[in-house]
Ligand binder design. Sequence first.
Ligand SMILES: C[S@@+](CC[C@H](N)C(=O)[O-])C[C@H]1O[C@@H](n2cnc3c(N)ncnc32)[C@H](O)[C@@H]1O
Length: 284
Amino acid sequence: MSSASSFQSHKGHPRRERFSVSRLISALAWPVKTIVRRLLGEGFYQEARVTLLHEHGGVGLDWKWGNSLRRVHPIRRDFGWQSGQPIDRYYTEEHFLPAYHTDIRGRVLEIGDDRYTRQFGKEHVTVSDVLHVNPGISGTTIQADLTDAGHLQSDTYDCAILTFTLQFIFDVPAALNTIARILRPGGVLLVIVPGISQIARYDMDTWGEFWRFTSLSARRLFEQVFHAEDITITTYGNVLSALASLHGLHSTELTKGELDHWDRDYELVIGIRAVKRLDGRIGA
Ligand SMILES: C[S@@+](CC[C@H](N)C(=O)[O-])C[C@H]1O[C@@H](n2cnc3c(N)ncnc32)[C@H](O)[C@@H]1O
């Protein structure tokens, strides 16, 4: 049966679908849970909840909304931005960039804004450039399309930071060639791309959103430009953090243990560090 026809038959029985005992129990339990939570403190409550769920074989996703997964609308559509740190940013800001913060130094290029240049490079950055594809954006020092940027000078940057950018560029190999060209020999490229994600609506409507990546596609793409041994790829995520991210939960709504559990088959985000060869050569 197609998903369209099963949806139709669903709609034919609205009353039966609307009432659910588990929903009622969940609603009644909510004030109790809130009090227990306050008494125990959020960290302890979450750890206890996870332990109990594991011991009882998992009884569903008991997020604070008390909702089950049988829903077609996300809890939030904004990646969690309005209420906290999006889960994909947790992996970027608490794991990937801290692991490579010493690479962010000297002359640094970042796309869209300079937040990670400032946050992780601090006083080790001598020049900070911000590239935007569109003209007239405040805070931007360079306007360029990375797939067609012959005007950017070669061998210029010690570090380039491309977080959540390559999925918006159709011709990824051309963009990687530009970045490799404008890095200095020995310069480092730090990239985060999504593996599992909803569409970023603003970006989709502004410049287009084209890709999701895997560790393997990232490796193939980067090996066209960088030497295999100069590329390090790390994946982050698990089924819970992927699901939570799709629902727009933010990082403090999961425990650190839940966020940091690594499952090779759930590549929520992929971090790539690539170093330009000292002889300056680009290409495999
Ligand atoms: C969501 S922002 C990502 C960068 C931001 N620093 C971050 O971490 O979220 C998307 C960026 O993609 C850039 N972009 C889209 N298409 C591009 C292209 N063809 N060349 C260069 N940048 C592009 C836009 O300028 C925008 O700043």
